[in-house]
Design a protein. Structure first.
Length: 352
């Protein structure tokens, strides 16, 4: 097992290994000992596969467990589900000293984290991510949110968990396309600032994911510790996301997030070459890497449409966009790009 300590506004450990889910009760007890109430939150798919194992372990450690299970998918990450969860917490009489446990992907983690951050002005939240994306990205760093009809993640809070448990065994039931989505975020860490991770990814890691997952979490930890509230270096994590979010939106979300980020990364790297801040070997390396993990790299949308979609994104500041460009293999930097130059940038990045 590997343990990564995150020292943000709260200090907590992320534990990564195999066979950990059966020990969740004992692990949680080290952070906030039983007896206490636990609200275990999951989606229907994950709960059917892994719920019983988690509940059994928590009850064996002395916790009184109530479960809240909602239909899987991004469509559930909304204020209606949030309201139901708040009400379930109140009905179960959760007090300030009780705990919410999120068992699931990023949807479960973001929703549970936000409910816990706001119920009684904040109770503890423990994260058990079950997708690759949630393990390497959403469960660590304290961003919690729900979607509004006007857009994704528009309502949320920064609120760090009390601990994160990544059991690589649960990935065995994850469909291959959802695993590939997580691979886009894994690969992203390499091009942001981790050349050694890129070397590790030369060999497919599906059968031995713990070292790669732990390395990505440590990479995320490093930027979160520098900039918890996302005003500076944490924005490096948006590599591929300006173009990616735009492509996702233009496809009406038929292109998955991971696939869109893969396209966005390649556009950023090619545009960096056109600007003279990066050598052509980087986009080439990136395309080969992404294809190796089953990710498409061609963006089907026009540069002007991508720019328009990107400019309606919340991450814009004034008349500028903070853009992440790879500058060499294993290193990216932030650059302000005037909004008016965005279409030309995507065009240089290979968009139609
Ligand atoms: N908070 C953050 O910093 C952050 C960062 C990145 C993404 N996100 C958010 O994360 C969400 C995406 O997360 P996701 O990709 O994990 O999506 P998800 O939670 O919807 O999970 C994807 C699908 O996989 C299924 N699943 C999960 N674990 C499984 C398992 N072990 N076996 C079988 N099926 C399983 C789920 O039921 C779901 O249908 C988005 O809402 C995004 O906004 C948040
Ligand atoms: Zn992402």
């Amino acid at each position: 097992m590997e343990t990564i300590t995150v020292k943000a506004s709260k200090t907590y450990n992320v534990e990564v290994g195999s066979g950990l889910l059966t020990t969740v009760g004992a692990r949680l007890a080290l952070l906030c000992p039983a007896p206490r109430r636990v609200m275990l939150v999951s989606d229907d798919t994950v709960f059917a596969l892994w719920g019983e194992m988690a509940v059994t372990s928590l009850e064996a450690a002395g916790y009184t467990v109530t479960t809240f299970v909602f239909p899987h998918g991004e469509a559930s990450k909304n204020t209606a589900t949030l309201l139901n969860l708040w009400n379930a917490m109140a009905t179960a009489k959760l007090s300030r000293s009780d705990v919410a446990v999120a068992l699931g992907g990023g949807v479960v983690g973001d929703l549970t984290g936000f409910a816990a951050a706001t119920y009684l002005r904040g109770i503890a939240c423990y994260q058990i991510p079950t997708t690759l994306l949630a393990m390497v990205d959403s469960s660590v760093g304290g961003k919690t949110a729900v979607d509004l009809p006007a857009g994704k993640n528009l309502c949320g809070a920064f609120s760090q968990p009390i601990g994160v448990l990544c059991d690589a065994d649960v990935l065995q039931t994850l469909p291959a396309d959802i695993f590939a989505e997580g691979c886009a975020e894994v690969i992203k860490y390499g091009y942001i600032g981790d050349k050694q991770l890129l070397a590790m990814l030369e060999t497919p890691f599906q059968n031995d994911p713990v070292p790669v997952i732990a390395r990505c979490i440590a990479d995320k930890r490093d930027v979160v510790e520098m900039d918890e509230h996302d005003n500076g270096p944490r924005q490096l994590l948006n590599l591929g996301h300006t173009g990616g979010h735009a492509a996702e939106k233009l496809s009406d979300f038929s292109i998955s997030h991971g696939a869109a980020v893969a396209m966005g990364m390649v556009m950023a790297a090619k545009a960096a070459v056109a600007r003279g801040i990066c050598k052509p070997d980087v986009p080439l390396h990136m395309e080969n890497m992404l294809r190796r993990y089953g990710l498409e790299t061609e963006c089907p949308f026009a540069a002007s449409a991508l720019a328009e979609a990107a400019l309606s994104d919340k991450k814009r500041r004034g008349g500028e966009v903070t853009f992440v460009f790879p500058v060499q293999l294993g290193k990216s930097e932030l650059y302000p790009v005037p909004a008016a130059e965005l279409a030309a940038l995507f065009s240089a990045g290979g968009a139609k």
